[in-house]
Design a protein around this ligand. Structure first.
Ligand code: 13P
Length: 294
């Protein structure tokens, strides 16, 4: 299938009472493993890349890898740029065929953020891509972007006004979650998600998807969340599978890179398939109509 449109898959999910997983991939092995997990449960999936991954692999190789895997996939796949405050990287990835971008303007004041988000929306929409907007910081540093400091969130009315004025397609608000592993139980803002849902038809995006319970996810989905981001779970599965293989290689004296990659693939596929089952998206691949993003 050609790459699908992020807004289409997320809006369909939100309207149908489930969420699409947006998983941060880091290379070709994780791209294949996440798509295999989505195929295993027959769910649409969003492959996300941090700016760090774009720099590590290069946008051309990353886009062509995702496109090749997506074209052979039996489920809708979209390619999204996660937290990006850098306008040059936004332009580079949109031109390379990304389906959507998160323009992270949480480091700008309200007026500057609005001006620039509207510009990004115009640029993305001209290429058939969607835009997730963010002006509140979601705590935790994700691949070198973000901060551990909590910022005072905006009033929900002002936040929705921002999203509507900017023309963005998806809204990423602060909902009490954080990137990375939780050291203490998070204070989740289900009510805030419900208040936002009452004020806007824009699908909400939940960041910090690693470490929440099935009930937490269900409550957020019922409150209007249509996209749930998962990164740390993949990083843990990736590195622990690699470590287990390397330990075995040391013990047996057999060092096979392909077997190392297979171990990583299996570990990531299993971890992500488990998450997908929590988002009620099992069997939903059929209901999402793919459309080319380029
Ligand atoms: P986790 O690292 O907590 O899974 O969060 C991922 C995320 O929100 C990426 O934007």
């Amino acid at each position: 299938m050609p790459l699908a449109t992020t807004l289409d898959v997320v809006r369909t999910a939100r309207d149908d009472g489930y969420a699409v997983a947006a998983v941060n991939v880091v290379d070709d092995v994780s791209v294949r493993a996440v798509v295999a997990a989505a195929e295993q449960v027959s769910a649409p999936v969003i492959l996300q890349t941090s700016v760090k991954t774009v720099r590590s692999m290069g946008s051309a190789l990353l886009a062509s890898t995702v496109r090749t895997v997506a074209e052979a996939a039996t489920v809708p796949v979209t390619l999204h740029l996660d937290h990006c405050p850098d306008r040059d990287v936004i332009t580079e990835t949109l031109n390379a065929g990304w389906s959507s971008v998160l323009f992270d303007a949480s480091d700008r004041g309200y007026d500057q953020a609005l001006l620039e988000t509207a510009e990004v929306v115009a640029e993305a929409h001209a290429l058939g891509a969607s835009v997730e907007c963010e002006i509140e910081n979601i705590t935790g540093v994700e691949d070198d972007v973000g901060s551990d400091e909590e910022m005072e969130p905006y009033d929900v009315e002002r936040l929705v006004h921002f999203a509507h004025e900017s023309g963005a397609d998806l809204l990423a608000p602060a909902l009490g979650t954080a990137h990375g592993m939780y050291k203490t139980a998070p204070r989740l803002r289900f009510d805030r998600a419900r208040e936002l849902r009452a004020l806007t038809d824009l699908p909400l995006v939940l960041h910090g998807g690693t470490g929440l319970t099935a009930e937490d996810f269900a409550t957020f989905i019922d409150a209007g969340v249509g996209k749930i981001n998962v990164s740390t779970a993949l990083k843990l599965a990736y590195t622990s599978s690699a470590a287990a293989y390397l330990e075995e290689a040391e013990r047996t004296g057999k060092h096979e890179p392909i077997k190392l990659l297979d171990a990583v693939f299996d570990g990531v596929r299993e971890a992500i398939a488990e998450h997908l089952l929590l988002f009620r998206c099992e069997g939903k691949a059929e209901t999402t109509t793919p459309r080319s993003a380029s």
